[in-house]
Ligand binder design. Sequence first.
Ligand code: NAD
Length: 318
Amino acid sequence: MNTYGFTKKIALVGTGFVGMSFAYAMLCESVCDELVLIDVNKQKAEGEAMDLNHGLSFAKTNMKIYAGSYTDCRDADIVVICAGVGQKPGEDRLSLLQRNTEVFKTIISPIIYSGFNGIFLVATNPVDIMTKITWQLSGFDCKKVIGTGTTLDTARLRYLLGDYFNVDPKNVHAYVIGEHGDSEMVPWSQAFVGTKSITSIVEKNPDKFKLTDLDEIAKDVTGAAQKIIEAKKATYYGIGMALVRIVKAIFGDEKSVLTVSSMFRGEYDINGVYAGIPSIIGRDGVREIVTLDITDEEEKKLKESCELLKNASEGIKI
Ligand code: NAD
């Protein structure tokens, strides 16, 4: 991995809605110096590179953007994977699994062959399992293979809680953990506005707030993607910004706590599963998972979610 003294380079695989929302946000925020776009549809990658380059004169700093191939991953710091097929209305994420596994087989091996030795960041769904597949196919240390996990779900939760309590979402400290999907859960015992526990705020203000509203908010978070897909066929701006946030944490060696998809290695007695969990992110990827003081009931739900992911990934042919 280069030391960022010279060039911060990203290789983006998959120039669809998600990939290009990420690329556009990268350009607007000038997060890297070099961005190579790779897609099985080369013409699309070329067109996207042209379009982004035409915005360069309005950007904060210069940036080298071009359509390339897997050999260009050789000296990239981060490979971001957004390639694959999206969910159809009514389709759950796990049913996308085998189709996207086949896509990943054609992507990971040429990247490894290029000599790439940076960090993999995966957004393709079902993201927890696709991240595990990337780890398996790459042979990399699991700390260097990360998925977007429940970063977007956590952002959705914070937005909805900010709205409910009428406070800045940035001052809402709450997480969605587990599968990025239907079995994800909110450990309410670990949810705060500022330093005040959300459940105690609700209990002390029964005229204004209700615990049942929190359940509704959690359900709205889980159902958000499907609702957006029904309305506009795909979700992409939020995940694009979540990807930028993770990339910034890596390039800045921030040690930020983000609910990326990380490999459990004994935390909560869970082993060998990738799922969304607060993790400390810096230059070398995941430094460690932050274990929360969740209740027994919350831990049971987290384990069920991870068990579901484990079972779903067991039948895949790699
Ligand atoms: P899209 O169809 O717009 O783009 C997918 C891109 O992948 C296309 O440009 C396609 O040409 C490319 N592609 C397909 N096969 C390829 C291959 N073998 N090699 C290289 N490129 C290939 O889809 P999208 O809306 O951008 O979604 C991409 C993925 O992101 C989906 O799996 C979707 O479910 C997922 N997603 C994840 C989150 C999250 O929170 N993690 C949120 C939204 C979407």
